[in-house]
Design a protein around this ligand. Structure first.
Ligand code: APR
Ligand code: PHB
Length: 390
């Protein structure tokens, strides 16, 4: 088998890259370890920056998004028991974000890929990128017990944090940077109406809480929890009680509870691998970097990566220039690090960091107080939340 680009991984990064390349007339095959249902079963944040929405429109998957997405023009910040509004439209000259589940984005991209007749190989076992430091890379894998190889010009490693792509880069050629946070998020999904029209980010002495949503009838809530907690030990009733306790009075009164559709605990991590290229292998999305979910930057960073990469590949084929490919890592990392900074900052400002650290606690409250009273600070949060340009 032969193609121009083999994409490893069929998450949002791999799927969007595949559609962008197709849009530019570049042939690609996706090789994925899991199956469709597994990928669609993962629950992830779904706050889309306008730049991400534009890319989805560009590849022809904007229709359902425009019908169903909820447009948000701000967030609420709650601390010291009081709720405050950060108005993105006012702070950024009219910019907003779209709330549209990542499952829906993935579904739309998968449908578009199938409609375009592009190939995805699911259930590929033992996927290996080979010859990445030469001119003729090959991706090999095992499918139904048989070894298969695909010859290609370039490989895109879109296989997430635990994927094989980053791991096959020699350790002498890659540097990694990491922060692991001493807490996790316990998430609950329920078919209940959202507690408020905007997302509520809450700093509370008992820990962070977030009220988010998927639609006007489906809500997503999170509680900061310790890393040794087990999801089995949290009944729905306990979750709702703890959430109510952390919310502001208005939210507490309007919270509608119901049975959980899903409950899970996720650790929080900041991680960046540099550079995002080795020879003919290019990393994009979670394969190269992770942000903690505070601020919902994961999917949006994957979108800007694949935008830069698809442009570089278009330039390579259409203009016979390698300049875009040579500049890819630096261009992508410049944006990645700004989102890393923002996600780390939101996380540090809103979570209970350690017990009995009165100094840190007072700094957090001072920062939040400054944030809501300073136009400059509000604008800084707003412009990062709606997304820096790409
Ligand atoms: N071989 C083939 N496929 C693999 C391998 C492998 N060795 N390892 C992982 N994969 C697949 C996974 O099964 C998954 O479908 O790669 C895909 C990676 O998808 P994500 O983890 O969603 O990563 P990415 O597409 O970069 O995500 C971007 O969306 O899902 C969120 O948290 C994610 O916010 C981030 C954004
Ligand atoms: C979510 O809806 O899952 C979500 C929203 C915003 C965040 C994180 C997660 O900052």
């Amino acid at each position: 088998m032969r193609t121009q680009i083999v994409i490893i991984g069929s998450g949002p990064a791999g799927l969007l890259l595949g559609q962008l390349l197709h849009h530019y007339g570049i042939d690609n095959i996706i090789v994925e370890r899991q199956d469709r249902d597994y990928i669609l079963g993962r629950i992830r944040a779904g706050v889309l920056e306008q730049g991400t929405v534009k890319l989805l429109e560009q590849v022809g998957v904007g229709q359902r998004l425009h019908r169903e997405a909820l447009i948000h023009s701000g967030i609420y910040l709650t601390f010291a028991g009081q709720r405050h509004t950060i108005d993105f439209k006012v702070a950024t000259g009219g910019r907003t974000v779209a709330v549209y589940g990542q499952t829906e984005v993935t579904q739309d991209l998968m449908d578009a890929r199938a409609a375009a007749g592009l190939r995805t190989i699911y259930h590929a076992k033992d996927v290996k990128p080979n010859g990445i430091d030469g001119a003729s890379p090959i991706v090999s894998f095992v499918q139904e017990g048989r070894e298969v190889t695909i010859d290609c010009d370039f490989i895109a490693g879109c296989d997430g944090f635990h994927g094989v792509s980053r791991q096959c880069i020699p350790s002498s050629a890659i540097q990694t940077f990491e922060r692991v946070y001493p807490f996790g998020w316990l998430g609950l999904l329920s078919d209940t109406p959202p507690v408020a029209e905007e997302l509520i980010y809450t700093r509370h002495e008992r820990g962070f809480a977030l009220c988010s949503m998927r639609s006007m009838t489906r809500s997503r809530y999170y509680l900061q929890c310790s890393l040794d907690e087990r999801v089995e030990d949290w009944s729905d009733a306990q979750f709702w009680d703890e959430l109510r306790c952390r919310l502001d009075p208005e939210a507490r009164d309007s919270l509608v509870t119901g049975p959980s559709l899903e409950k899970s605990i996720a650790p929080l991590r900041s991680f960046v691998a540099e550079p995002m290229r080795f020879g003919r292998l290019f990393l994009a999305g979670d394969a190269a970097h992770i942000v903690p979910p505070t601020g919902a930057k994961g999917l949006n960073l994957a979108a800007s990566d694949v935008h830069y990469l698809s442009q570089a590949l278009r330039e390579y084929y259409a203009e016979k220039s390698s300049a875009g490919l040579d500049g890819y890592s630096q261009r992508a990392l410049a944006r990645v690090w700004k989102a890393e900074r923002f996600s780390w900052w939101m996380t540090s400002m809103l979570h209970r960091m350690s017990a009995d650290d009165g100094f840190a606690e007072r700094l957090q409250l001072a920062e939040l107080d400054y944030l809501i009273h300073s136009k400059a600070a509000t604008t800084s949060l707003a412009e990062n939340y709606v997304g820096l340009p790409f």
